[in-house]
Design a protein around this ligand. Structure first.
Ligand SMILES: NC(=O)c1ccc[n+]([C@@H]2O[C@H](COP(=O)([O-])OP(=O)(O)OC[C@H]3O[C@@H](n4cnc5c(N)ncnc54)[C@H](O)[C@@H]3O)[C@@H](O)[C@H]2O)c1
Length: 328
């Protein structure tokens, strides 16, 4: 058992705040840096140290690193600080490249200046673009179809080159669909204009929106609606603890999918929510660019990290519902 000092950039956001909770539960020291552009100060665990800072501003990041690393250098830096809304990325490509890629470049530059050797990075299924197989594997072609996915792929490549040059280690995680809330219900997905299926269905069920739309029910799937892979945010967050320890201890890099190996259709998700409460919904047209199925293989994550999801769809739905009831 060892304790790491971890800098979590974007630790006031949805996934970052859950990673902070899991790191603290595992006994690590956590420093959060966030510009609160989409994150919330109240989502930061009380035992984590918080700095308001923007990683696209090198001066801000350097001065925080100087202050912290004088006492004890960071063992690992985790990056969650991205803009991530696909339609917005089509509308604002310059802003997305600036925040997502330039932010990573500056983070890496500061890490090299302070001789920090380990970086954990949140990437996405969007780097694969249109899946070529039913179950997505890490070696599949990466051909993003929108600026968001491009910025994540560019960041992955930048991280790999910099790690090679400066003898650093990376852990790149490609996430699929993430849902649910921490068991304490202190943190969860709390944003305006939510687009993720599970919270949207729950908002409709709780009367927090008029209805939800199922986009297309004429796909070549078991019930005609799209199939996606869902992971509970706490399982995903815990993978970051394992990934950080793995690269630190073994002085090795890795890139893995964090998925469940299985998918649920949109209608199956709605039915699961309806076990608790009725969901008002309508069938709408397909959305352009929505593939019929995206499911991740988690073989590599299992083999290397011993990680696999412990919670299922009903845990995601129950915890999100409880969180939403508590916070509406
Ligand atoms: N939510 C998902 O389903 C999903 C799926 C795949 C990948 N991801 C990736 O996971 C990461 C986290 O996503 P999330 O859902 O928690 O998003 P989020 O918007 O809740 O969190 C991002 C956090 O980063 C902060 N941030 C953004 N730009 C910053 C900057 N320049 N400087 C400092 N802080 C900044 C925001 O204030 C926020 O707290 C992202 O990198 C995203 O690409 C998310």
């Amino acid at each position: 058992m060892f304790n790491l000092k971890v800098c979590v950039i974007g630790g006031a956001g949805y996934i970052g705040s859950h990673a902070v909770y899991e790191l603290i539960r595992d006994g690590h020291e956590v420093v959060v840096i966030d510009n609160l552009s989409t994150g919330l100060r109240e989502m930061v665990h009380k035992d984590a140290k918080f700095y308001l800072g923007d990683i696209t501003k090198k001066g801000e990041l350097s001065s925080i690193f100087k202050k912290e690393c004088e006492k004890k250098p960071f063992d690992v830096v985790m990056h969650f600080a991205a803009k991530l809304i696909v339609p917005e990325s089509l509308d604002q490509p310059l802003e997305y490249y600036h925040n997502n890629v330039e932010g990573v470049r500056i983070m890496l530059e500061v890490m090299t200046e302070f001789n920090i050797k380990n970086v954990v990075f949140s990437s996405t299924a969007a780097v694969y673009g249109e899946p070529v197989k039913n179950i997505c594997e890490e070696e599949d072609p990466t051909i993003p179809v929108n600026p968001y996915g491009e910025t994540k792929l560019a960041s992955e490549k930048l991280i790999k080159w910099v790690c090679k040059k400066y003898n650093m280690n990376y852990c790149i995680f490609r996430y699929f669909n993430v849902a649910g809330a921490d068991e304490t219900l202190e943190i969860g997905l709390k944003k305006d204009n939510l687009t993720h299926l599970i919270p949207v269905a729950i908002q409709a069920a709780l009367g927090l929106r008029e209805k939800m739309i199922i986009f297309g029910d004429d796909y070549d799937t078991r019930d005609g609606s799209c199939i996606r892979d869902y992971i509970h945010v706490s399982d995903l967050a815990y993978a970051h603890v394992l990934g950080a320890k793995y690269i630190y201890e073994n002085n090795k890099s890795l890139l893995v999918n964090l998925g469940s190996n299985k998918g649920f259709t949109v209608k199956e998700v709605v039915k699961e929510v309806e076990k608790y409460i009725k969901v008002p919904y309508e069938i709408g047209p397909r959305r352009p660019g929505d593939p019929a199925q995206i499911v991740a293989s988690n073989k590599k994550a299992k083999e290397i990290l011993g990680w696999e999801p412990k919670r299922g769809l009903s845990d995601m739905i129950k915890s999100d519902m409880e969180f939403r009831k508590k916070n509406s």
